[in-house]
Design a protein around this ligand. Structure first.
Ligand SMILES: [Zn+2]
Ligand SMILES: [Zn+2]
Length: 355
């Protein structure tokens, strides 16, 4: 199984959103400058970018047009749809289960967006969490949302200025609450974790200055999602979008902050007697398998089993015998400017007992 790692960004808003500003052509060019391979666009309640011919390859950047369904609470990112499932005026009324089902019935997939978003009083940003945890049938959820994490640092005006200038230094990683909930969910079924950016390039006033939060050329160095497809892309837009979305649906993905060091090259591979598995796979354990986690730069690597720390090591690889079923995922932290920084959060491999 030869997998190819594609770094991209999920959840962003262009001028097609009522609260977005940047023309898509400018966003695509910023993605190219940042070395991103794909963009999963999520304008509010519209797929107009596709009607205008933006879906597909743009000189090295694959654009996939999705939609954010955004009532007051319970925002949902939907992909793989032929037409938009929501309209701006109806969204306040529908319960989340209705749009989760609607997306699925129309052959799409969906992710709970920024589940523990808290808002930022200083910038007059309201809180937009997911509140309905009885809902079922979603593909996955955002485990690390740039806006949630960054807005958490805006506790005062001076700090906000610094945090605007150096956002990567202020990120703390996924909310422990989000990770704990995700770990509980994955013990029941496959729930794919993604990284989100949720950037709008919107103007915000601070100390009398109007700032753009954030220009895409800056935002694209922050939270990414890497998706691993079987083999490289073909160059055919339709085929490559299908391959990307299929791999994402399986959970062959990890979220990362690539600002300090690119995460490309990260891997989590489980092998036993010639059989192997990776993130998102289910693996029936015969007796004892070897789990190897590799990172491209020296980091603190943590292996999590069923939500609890299972093993930890500093280096570029962690290798361990696995003799117990469980849901295993990895995290890695870099040390930058004398402090540990969140870097990589992988999807789990689901190790089951022999049938
Ligand atoms: Zn949202
Ligand atoms: Zn959004």
């Amino acid at each position: 199984m030869e997998l190819t790692d594609h770094a991209g960004v999920i959840h962003l808003h262009s001028a097609y959103s009522f609260d977005g500003r940047a023309p898509l052509a400018e966003i695509i060019s910023a993605a190219r400058q940042n070395g991103l391979v794909f963009l999963l666009l999520t304008d509010h309640a519209t797929l107009r970018a596709r009607d205008d011919g933006f879906e597909g390859w743009h000189d090295g950047v694959l654009v996939v047009v999705g939609e954010e369904i955004a009532p007051r609470f319970n925002h949902y990112l939907a992909f793989g749809l032929k037409e938009a499932v929501s309209t701006p005026d109806e969204t306040p009324e529908i319960p989340p289960q209705a749009y989760i089902d609607r997306v699925r019935d129309r052959g799409g997939m969906g992710f709970i967006a920024h589940p523990d978003h808290e808002g930022a009083e200083l910038f007059h940003v309201k809180h937009y969490p997911w509140t309905d945890w009885r809902a079922a049938g979603y593909t996955g959820l955002g485990i690390w949302d740039f806006m949630t994490d960054w807005q958490g640092s805006l506790s005062g005006r001076f700090r906000a200025i610094l945090s605007y200038a150096f956002p990567a230094l202020f990120l703390r990683g996924p909310s422990p609450k989000t990770l704990a909930r995700w770990d509980r969910l994955t013990q029941e079924r496959r729930v794919v974790g993604i990284g989100e950016l949720d950037n709008h390039d919107s103007p915000k006033r601070l100390l009398g200055i109007t700032l753009s939060v954030f220009p895409f050329r800056r935002a694209f160095s922050l939270i990414r999602t890497h998706v691993l497809t079987e083999g490289p892309f073909s160059g055919n837009s339709g085929e490559d979008i299908a391959a990307l979305l299929n791999a994402l649906k399986k959970g062959r993905a990890y979220a990362s902050l690539d600002h300090f060091r690119p995460a490309t090259g990260f891997s989590l591979i489980l092998t036993e007697k010639g059989r192997s598995a990776t993130m998102g796979d289910e693996f029936p354990l015969e007796c004892s398998a070897e789990l190897v986690v590799r990172v491209p730069y020296r980091a603190r690597i943590r292996l999590i089993r069923n939500g609890a720390l299972f093993h930890e090591k500093t280096g570029t690889a962690l290798s361990l015998a696995i003799g117990e079923p469980g849901v295993y995922r990895a995290e890695a932290e870099l040390t930058v400017l004398g402090r540990r920084r969140p870097w990589i959060f992988s999807n789990p491999v689901y190790v089951t007992s022999r049938p």
